[in-house]
Design a protein around this ligand. Structure first.
Ligand SMILES: Nc1nc2c([nH]c(=O)n2[C@@H]2O[C@H](COP(=O)(O)OP(=O)(O)OP(=O)(O)O)[C@@H](O)[C@H]2O)c(=O)[nH]1
Length: 155
């Protein structure tokens, strides 16, 4: 009997680290699968690891930084031609370490308006959308606050 083997999606964790309205993106090493694409730092969850353990390990191995994980931002299921991935993306804080390019080709801090200037892995689209709406909500709140303060100071 012939047939294709159906594999479980690859479990992947990703860190969304914010700094002054920008988000950390990293570029995959050129020799690796999907090399040259931009993504959120992270990687495969190894057997026996929790997503949080995995994310902390990956950030230390890839960038030499330590992080704290604050909350779940988004989960994504995406099918590539080589198989599928289930990505769990967390909002994180960089707490220690000097960022080094150990297992990444490059890094960048990008505002949501700048995301389109990077070739970001297609699976990350829902994470990017979530961040765009998060930032536009934040700026609406800031504008409302500013308008309120201005109207109070002029009355
Ligand atoms: N880290 C990360 N991986 C992502 C993202 N989006 C996305 O589709 N992926 C996919 O998830 C998979 C993660 O595998 P990886 O190769 O980065 O994992 P890893 O660091 O453990 O690699 P290794 O096998 O060389 O140790 C890749 O196939 C990658 O294409 C993302 O934003 N961050």
């Amino acid at each position: 009997m012939t047939g294709t083997t159906i594999k479980a999606p690859l479990a992947v964790c990703a860190a969304v680290i914010e700094k002054e309205g920008k988000v950390l993106l990293t570029q995959r090493p050129h020799g690796k699968q999907q090399g040259g694409f931009w993504e959120f730092p992270g990687g495969k969850i190894d057997p026996g690891e929790s997503p949080h353990q995995s994310l902390k390990r990956e950030l230390s191995e890839e960038l030499a930084i330590e992080i704290e994980i604050d909350s779940l931002l988004e989960t994504v299921y995406y099918h590539y031609d080589w198989g599928s991935v289930l990505i769990i993306a967390y909002l994180c804080r960089w707490t220690a370490g000097e960022l080094a390019h150990i297992e990444v080709a490059d890094h960048a801090w990008a505002t949501p308006e700048q995301f389109s200037g990077y070739h970001i892995l297609p699976a990350d689209q829902p994470i990017l959308d979530r961040l765009r709406s998060r930032y536009s909500e934040k700026s609406t709140k800031m504008n409302r606050k500013r308008e309120k303060e201005m109207s109070q100071s002029t009355s």
